[in-house]
Design a protein around this ligand. Structure first.
Ligand code: ADE
Length: 240
């Protein structure tokens, strides 16, 4: 790697640049942003629109509710950002409930790359031709509808940035460790030992590390089986 190796950069195309950095300017991600561990570039899609009125959207061909973001406007915005990364290739992500569900595996890949370009859609989405022409990767955060891609973009960037070297220190959370093994996290407790007449499981106070480990494993399995039968089936299949 040369000395001019670019830092991990998120380039966000949005109609609401004022939503950024937002939560990404706080806590671990914000500290890393200040320290130059990663960079955030926000582009206002509206500044790529034509005419005095800067129209970015129009009614859908074929009729129907809502407005569609114009392909030509998105195209100009992406032309502009792509000039700044012609040497490196950044994936162009389009956040939409229609996309493939985001996974920790994909997040790890994104964090291992040079950064991301994220297109935030509003209204009923963007013209399909822009998605095709730019070979966008459509990603969803889950089976629910946000008012736009911005909160999804913030989540995706947060999940990526925390994996960059030097952001979290060496300690991945225990939550992550159990999740990466395919199980949900076991219950955790701290002082006081008795709170509102509720006690802490005896085994955790026993000092027997093997018993603690076995208890945690059992609890992780119990919770995963009850809450996420899909994860449980995968785990059970891989275990044998
Ligand atoms: N935009 C609106 N809803 C979304 C979702 N669930 N995931 C990603 N982007 C979105």
């Amino acid at each position: 790697m040369g000395s001019n190796t670019a830092i991990w950069t998120a380039k966000v195309l949005t109609l609401f640049p004022e939503m950024f950095p937002g939560p990404l300017g706080c806590s671990l991600a914000g500290k890393a942003l200040d320290e130059g561990v990663w960079a955030l570039e926000t582009l206002d899609i509206r500044s790529f629109a034509d005419g005095n009125h800067h129209v970015v959207d129009d009614t859908p061909f074929g009729g129907g509710a809502g407005m569609i973001m114009r392909a030509d406007v998105i195209d100009r915005a992406l032309d502009y950002v792509s000039e700044s990364f012609s040497q490196i290739s950044l994936p162009i992500l389009y956040l939409t409930p229609r996309g493939a569900p985001l996974t920790q595996l994909r997040v790890r890949d994104l964090a291992a790359g040079s950064g991301v370009v994220v297109v935030c859609g509003r209204y009923e989405g963007i013209d399909e031709r822009a998605i095709d022409a730019w070979n966008m990767e459509e990603i969803s955060l889950g089976d629910y509808i946000l008012s736009g891609g911005e909160p999804a973009a913030i989540s995706l960037i947060d999940a990526s940035v925390r994996l960059l070297p030097g952001v979290m220190g060496s300690n991945l959370s225990q939550n992550e460790e159990s999740f990466e093994r395919g199980l949900l996290e076991y219950p955790q407790y701290t002082r006081p030992r008795i709170w509102r007449e509720r006690t802490v499981p005896d085994v955790l106070l026993s000092g027997h590390h093997d018993k603690v480990r076995a208890w945690r494993q059992m609890e992780s399995e119990k919770i995963t089986r009850a809450r996420r039968p899909d994860l449980w089936d995968l785990y059970a299949a891989n275990r044998t």
